[in-house]
Design a protein around this ligand. Structure first.
Ligand code: HEC
Length: 153
């Protein structure tokens, strides 16, 4: 009677190992599944300083929206994150070091920020913040998408 019971236990152990192993195998050591992107210095330092300014810009945009200063919210988005920011970011040069899908997320983010800039102007006319907030969330969605997938060396 003992043998079938321990055999059943053994089966359970083997079965759970088979189920758990493939999931664990996809996770590299340290549990960080983001793709490493090699960005040479000083471009890496320049880019992450830019990132910190993006975060500051988002904070300043919220403050401007809360004060009803839609022109400022629009200008901050366009100049610091939107299509107009590309030149000052040296984006074309840096982009050539990034994987294609990462470049595309970056482009989507700049476009979304320029769309937000328009919605912020509209909010000044309609006095309805909701379309602007939706447009801003579309910007942040691209920040999140890139951070979830990539990191720098
Ligand atoms: C196309 C990709 C991409 C987009 C879009 C992006 N980031 Fe980043 N960001 C990165 C990467 C890569 C890092 C470095 C992460 C690492 O190495 O762990 C980073 C780092 C940062 C950091 C940390 C900076 C530091 O000093 O270490 C902040 C803050 C940040 N991003 C904010 C933002 C914000 C806000 C947005 C959107 C408005 C944004 N990022 C959009 C790729 C992106």
């Amino acid at each position: 009677m003992h043998l079938p019971v321990s055999f059943a236990k053994l089966l359970t152990i083997v079965a759970s190992a088979v189920i758990v192993a493939p999931a664990a195998a996809q996770m590299p050591a340290g549990g960080d599944a983001r793709q490493l992107v090699a960005l040479p210095e000083p471009m890496r330092t320049h880019t992450i300083a830019n990132m910190r300014d993006h975060l500051l810009a988002l904070q300043e945009i919220d403050e401007a929206l809360a004060k009803g200063d839609f022109t400022a919210a629009s200008r901050i988005a366009e100049e610091r994150i939107g299509m107009s920011s590309l030149k000052s970011h040296g984006a074309a040069h840096i982009a050539s070091f990034l994987p294609q899908p990462m470049q595309e997320i970056g482009t989507r983010m700049h476009r979304a920020a320029s769309r937000f800039a328009v919605e912020a102007q509209n909010a000044g006319v309609t006095n309805d913040l909701r379309p602007a907030l939706l447009a801003k969330s579309a910007v942040i969605r691209e920040c999140v998408a890139c951070h979830a997938a990539y990191r720098y060396h």
